[in-house]
Design a protein around this ligand. Structure first.
Ligand SMILES: NC(=O)c1ccc[n+]([C@@H]2O[C@H](COP(=O)([O-])OP(=O)(O)OC[C@H]3O[C@@H](n4cnc5c(N)ncnc54)[C@H](O)[C@@H]3O)[C@@H](O)[C@H]2O)c1
Length: 332
């Protein structure tokens, strides 16, 4: 049976998600919601779904299985709570954009409420769903890297917003911490340093964070809003006792270098039939979520994963403020 979906928030991401839900075989885009009439009209004329100016109106008139919350707000996560809680109260599963919230207490409220209601709360941490990332996970799980020792992640983009001190950490690095945990396991200690160019007055726009993993591996996260996506902008590397792997630019190229061989194995995004743009990755994330909802399988990139990423971000902020190494193992 097709999953009936409503998308709330029709900015750039909500428009793209609407296209995906309308074109996937397992979903039907029944409604789209935004306060902005022009954005509603754009979706209605392109995709033919009903549109509403408010979540309340949409929920009063539609039976939906899944609501995708793309509302952004303060620090790009401040407007996620209200539509998420309303959708859960109406009995719908929720896919919430990253960050789940800019406020960790609000994120916990969403995660707890979904569990209380027995509903799915998933987050759009889309980077891990592309084909080369799946292959890298298979290699790591099959022991190709051996015992993990060194882990590094760089996420370098351009974002001139200069409004709050920790915007870069809170907006950008849900992706980073999700990728680091997905491939290298839990992070138990960190120490963060930040900087900014003289042109900025508020946002700490570049960061370097030292990490220690539960496995014993050590690593680093380098993040920045002061670079450009015209050049390579994302790189994950894991090095272990048997080999080393590098995932370049989310899906562009995956490389495996085994210590016992001079040969290099490369998985390259195909020119024809491969991913033809970053936002194509949303399709793979959404496809997997639809599959997991239909089959009842555990949710990949769940609300808990989104919340855990926020906990690590807040630990990094605590480290910046105190200058200390922060113990950040999950509370049990
Ligand atoms: N996963 C990714 O790779 C990725 C990439 C970029 C952005 N994002 C995230 O996607 C989200 C959306 O980003 P964006 O750039 O599309 O934001 P945006 O600000 O362009 O759009 C948000 C839209 O939501 C609408 N809106 C807000 N609150 C509403 C409400 N209560 N009811 C109805 N409409 C409401 C606004 O009118 C606006 O049109 C953000 O959380 C952002 O962090 C994710």
């Amino acid at each position: 049976m097709s999953t009936r979906v409503a998308v709330v928030g029709l900015g750039g991401i909500g428009q793209m998600q609407s296209d995906v839900f309308a074109s996937e075989a397992d979903s039907e885009l029944v409604a789209a919601v935004d306060r902005n009439e022009a954005k509603r009209d754009a979706v209605a004329s392109r995709l033919g779904c009903r549109t509403y100016a408010s979540v309340d109106d949409m929920l009063a008139n539609e039976q939906v299985d899944l609501v995708s919350v793309c509302t952004a707000g303060f620090e790009q996560g401040g407007a996620h709570l209200e539509p998420t809680m309303k959708a859960l109260a109406a009995g719908a599963h929720v896919l919430v954009e990253k960050p789940v919230s800019n406020d960790i207490a609000e994120a916990r409220t969403m995660v707890d409420e979904a569990k209380r209601q027995g509903l799915v709360l998933a987050t759009n941490l889309n980077h891990r769903f592309v084909h080369p990332a799946r292959r890298l996970k298979e290699w790591i799980d099959a022991g190709e890297i051996g015992e993990p020792l060194l882990v590094a992640f760089n996420l370098w983009v351009a974002n001139p917003v200069d409004e709050t001190p920790y915007f870069q950490l809170r907006e950008l690095h849900s992706h980073s911490f999700d990728i680091l945990r997905h491939f290298a396991g839990e992070i138990v200690e960190l120490q963060a340093f930040v900087t900014k160019p003289t042109s900025r007055s508020s946002t700490w726009s570049s960061c370097s964070i030292n990490l220690r993993f539960a496995s014993g591996a050590v690593g680093s996260l380098h993040g920045s809003y002061d670079m450009t996506t015209s050049h390579p902008f994302e790189r994950f590397e894991i090095a272990g006792s048997k080999g080393r792997a590098v995932l370049d630019n989310v899906y562009e190229r995956l490389t495996l270098m085994r210590h016992d061989s001079e040969d290099t194995t490369v998985v390259q995004n195909p020119i024809l039939g491969g991913i033809d743009g970053f936002y194509h990755s949303l399709r793979f994330r959404i496809r997997q979520l639809l599959d997991e909802i239909r089959t009842g399988a555990p949710i990949s990139a769940s609300g808990d994963d989104g919340l855990r990423a926020l906990e690590l971000i807040e630990s990094a902020i605590a480290s910046i403020q105190t200058g200390e190494v922060v113990a950040c193992a999950p509370q049990t």
